[in-house]
Design a protein. Structure first.
Length: 61
């Protein structure tokens, strides 16, 4: 492990573990949220959006 000037190695490992835990929690949350998806409602709301031209800067390249 390279020598860390700003913090000890233990703090580096704890921070990395906390970031990993946050990422896993996000995956779990999104999975649970996807189970509650209402695709009929999504289609209904999507139909309300006009199919006009994209705003400047939002075009596909």
């Amino acid at each position: 492990m390279p020598r860390l000037e700003c913090c000890g190695g233990a703090q580096f490992i704890i921070t990395a573990a906390a970031e990993k835990l946050a990422a896993l929690s996000t995956v779990d949350y999104l999975g649970e949220r996807a189970k509650r998806a209402d695709f009929k409602e999504f289609e209904r709301i999507s139909a309300l959006i006009s199919a006009g031209p994209a705003d400047p800067g939002d075009e596909f390249p």
